[in-house]
Design a binder for this molecule. Structure first.
Ligand code: PLP
Ligand code: 3DJ
Length: 418
């Protein structure tokens, strides 16, 4: 065991003061986290909310086990995609009737991007971020290939240049507000405004934002958005994703995937497809009921929460993490890549280090669970609902100890640690 530097005492006092004053100090009890674990990977898989097991037990034994197929009606399974969609809608700033839950983010992206592009006929360009999560890039390529459109990979910071040069050719701009590797936060309002000024539509991938910060979809005039249920919404592994379509597009939008549950009269079993009105048209196939009801139970965590407070505490925690890293990891080969400016910071902190893989594994062995993204980023997801400033200090102190004692495998990076 190495001796902690003098600055550690000061940081510990600061952590205690921040934990005493910061709001939401008591929401940790809403999660069933293992003892003695600092969980910094909720931006990949959120932990189990305490509300989920009793609900799942009821869904399994009473609803499925006893009531069998009648549950589609008696337990309102059939309505769940739109009902749970409205609950997600409240978290992302959408009035009821515009958000739907079901399928994966990838499927929703394909569906939404195809629909958005079709609303801008005669415009041949789909814009995506070269640093976007791979599924977004692959699916943009795929939609383009199938519809004869072209893809422009342009960073959010360079969007203005592209729009100035050929804005009238852009159909859809598809970005994520938070860069999944660096944690940089992009300005949804400014980018949406710029795209709209050029006559284009926007599609936001909210995987790393929904549940972590206020997202004002309606207020910002966003056209389409998608996001997953298993990160900051804590809906469980493979939780269904959500799709938002602004009401002003409801009359005209055509989902790329026209499955039977999106039909206006699904049980009429008609020969041809007639879209259901509104957001229900985004339904595709039979909803994954177990995961969907798990997500519904998980979302009760947010019932009485103010997302502004969640954001304030998240910024306090990420700011403190950067400060601890700046103090305790100075001179040890780390480079913070997440912006220090709170306005440009999502709910994670990423540090670059050549031995990211070995360090993340060594941390996990000591109960500090983060992840890494190849080749050299240690990534710490910060969820304000169950982490404290003391947790953050413990994580950085542990990282310092591992590096200074060389207690990690310095072999080259071998792939992602989830
Ligand atoms: C921005 C973003 N989009 C999409 C996904 C994943 O999509 P899916 O839920 O379909 O695996 C992720 C992470 O897995 C992501 O970070
Ligand atoms: N979706 C994931 C999965 O099925 C397994 C492991 C990790 C993930 C992730 O969510 C990765 C994540 N989108 C990322 O930000 O890198």
């Amino acid at each position: 065991m190495t001796t902690a530097p003098p600055s550690h005492t000061e940081l510990a006092a600061r952590a205690a003061a921040l934990d005493a004053e910061a709001p939401l100090a008591d929401t940790r009890g809403r999660f069933l986290l293992p003892e003695n674990v600092v969980y910094l990977d909720g931006n990949s898989l959120g932990p189990l909310p305490a509300a989920v097991p009793p609900v799942l037990d009821d869904v399994l034994h009473r609803q499925w086990g006893t009531d069998l197929i009648a549950s589609w009606n008696t337990h309102a399974w059939w309505e769940a995609p739109v009902r749970v969609g409205d609950t997600v809608g409240r978290i992302v700033g959408a009035a009821p009737g515009q958000t739907l839950v079901g399928d994966s983010t990838s499927v929703q992206l394909y569906n939404a991007l195809g629909a958005a592009a079709a609303l801008r006929p005669g415009r041949p360009l789909l814009v995506t971020d070269p640093d976007h999560f791979p599924t977004d890039r692959y699916l943009t390529d795929s939609v383009a290939a199938r519809t004869g459109l072209e893809v422009r990979r342009v960073r959010p910071a360079d969007l203005h240049g592209l729009l100035a040069a050929e804005g009238d050719r852009v159909a859809v701009v598809g970005y994520s507000p938070v860069d999944y590797r660096t944690g940089e936060l992009h300005d949804i309002a400014a980018l949406t405004g710029a795209a709209h000024e050029a006559g284009a539509l926007v599609l936001w991938d909210l995987c790393h934002a929904a549940g972590a910060m206020p997202v004002r979809l309606d207020a910002l005039g966003v056209d389409f958005a998608v996001g997953c249920g298993y990160k900051f919404l804590n809906g469980g592994p493979g939780a269904p994703a959500f799709l938002y379509v602004a009401e002003r597009h409801h009359e005209h939008w055509s989902p790329a995937l026209t499955g039977w549950t999106g039909h206006a009269d699904p049980f009429g079993l008609h020969d041809t497809y007639t879209p259901a009105p509104g957001i229900a048209r985004g339904r595709i196939g039979t909803p994954p009921m177990l995961s969907l009801l798990c997500l519904e139970a998980a979302l009760t965590v947010f019932d009485d929460l103010d997302l502004e407070q969640v954001r304030a505490r998240s910024l306090s925690l990420t700011g403190f993490l950067l400060r601890c890293a700046g103090t305790l990891l100075d001179g040890l080969g780390f480079e913070p890549v997440t912006p220090a400016d709170p306005e440009r910071r999502g709910s994670q902190v990423s540090l670059r280090h050549p031995h990211a893989y070995g360090l993340v594994r060594a941390l996990a062995a000591r109960g500090i669970v983060g992840d890494m993204r190849a080749p050299d980023l240690l990534r710490f997801g910060v969820n304000a609902l169950y982490l404290s400033h003391a947790d953050v200090l413990r994580a950085v102190t542990c990282l310092r100890e591992i590096v200074t004692t060389g207690a990690y495998d310095a072999a080259p990076e071998r792939g992602a640690v989830t």
